[in-house]
Design a protein around this ligand. Structure first.
Ligand code: 2P0
Length: 347
């Protein structure tokens, strides 16, 4: 009889409110600045990954959304090597433990949202893969330790190991040992906060993040100011705003940081455009809404694509969704209306 071991997990998408953009070491995925994100609920945008290992498998295999994909990239190999290294240590300490580190893995991963459309699919994907294999291997590592492995797959993946409000501390060590995710606050700390995702386009993004950020690091004059002055101050203020449940400040910092990130993209040479005309319309609508209320009732943020995430507090849901409804159509699941589809995940 062939013995197989299985493990299955889900990892949710995280959406940065203080953006990671720039690497100081591209093989270890060490960032040029710390970042902050909000992890969406497990019930909504997520990756579900099942891993199996068996001595009867011939090679490592990955199926992503039903398609056989390569695991040959350095990022995937780094994650698998690290996880096997830890498993091997465990086997050396416990000779009765099965030698799973020597067996091939079969990884089956499914996203319930558009892949590579600027919706952080690589984040949920690598977080789920690392977490599933760590469970399969019964590794005695906490989430911060696992975040360092997931980071090597995709920088933003380290933040999806935690729920709620999460910081990725850039760290200073050359080997990346202190570049890890930590939880600022659990989602129950600020239960009233919500997010609406406006899917302007589900197409694959034109400029992949890795290449985009390397171009920015190399060519943008504004970039240095962003990482040395803007982000460090904003990191402190945003962490405090989250702990104080101060939506006014959180919203302002979130919108400013989205603007700052897209400004350094535009300042790259040749320039990188992620936002399109619909994205810009969303910015204007949210600004007008906030102005009309005399306070920030909503905050927009855009990643490496034209899709928007709108943060708001539950008490303002009717107002915020009403405005979105007015401009873009009904609010039923992923229904397509006037160029934007939207979903309101639970946080
Ligand atoms: C973020 N983004 O903080 C920022 C904001 C996109 C814009 O993290 O090269 O896919 O795999 O480390 O993590 C997208 O970058 O890049 C990203 P790699 P990743 O969420």
């Amino acid at each position: 009889m062939t013995i197989q071991y299985f493990s299955s997990v889900t990892a949710p998408v995280n959406i940065a409110t203080l953006k990671y953009w720039g690497k100081r070491d591209s093989s270890l995925n060490l960032p040029t600045n710390s970042s902050i994100s909000v992890t969406l609920s497990q019930d909504d945008l997520k990756t579900t990954t099942t891993v199996a290992t068996s001595s009867s498998f011939s090679t490592d295999q990955l199926y992503l959304n039903g398609k056989l994909e390569s695991l040959a990239s350095q990022r995937s190999q780094s994650c698998l090597e690290e996880l096997r290294k830890y498993r091997k240590q465990l086997e050396e300490n416990d000779p009765s433990a099965p030698k799973l580190s020597q067996w091939p893995l079969r990884i089956v991963s499914v996203n319930n949202f558009p892949t590579a459309a600027g919706l952080a699919s690589s984040a949920a994907g690598y977080a789920a893969m690392v977490y599933a294999i760590a469970q399969l291997y019964e590794l005695p590592l906490d989430r911060s330790e696992l975040s360092k492995i997931a980071r090597q797959g995709s920088g933003s993946a380290c933040r999806s190991l935690y729920g709620g409000f999460v910081a990725w501390e850039m760290g200073t060590e050359i080997n990346g040992d202190d570049s890890k995710a930590v939880q600022i606050a659990d989602v129950s700390h600020w239960p009233g906060i919500k997010a609406a995702i406006l899917v302007v386009s589900a197409e694959k993004k034109e400029v992949p993040s890795t290449g985009g950020m390397q171009l920015t690091v190399k060519t943008s004059d504004l970039f240095d100011y962003r990482i040395k002055k803007v982000v460090p101050e904003r990191f402190e203020k945003m962490s405090k705003a989250i702990l104080a449940k101060d939506f006014e400040t959180f919203a302002e910092l979130t919108m400013k940081d989205s603007n700052s990130f897209h400004a350094v993209c535009l300042d790259s040479y040749p320039p990188i455009f992620y936002m399109n005309d619909t994205s810009k319309r969303i910015v204007k609508i949210i600004n007008e809404l906030n102005k009309s209320q005399g306070r920030n009732v909503a905050a927009y943020t855009f990643d490496a694509g034209p899709n928007a995430v709108i943060y708001y507090e539950e008490k303002d849901e009717r107002l915020v969704l009403g405005v979105i409804h007015e401009f873009f159509g009904t609010l039923q699941g992923w229904e397509k209306k006037k160029g934007v589809e939207y979903v309101v995940p639970k946080l």
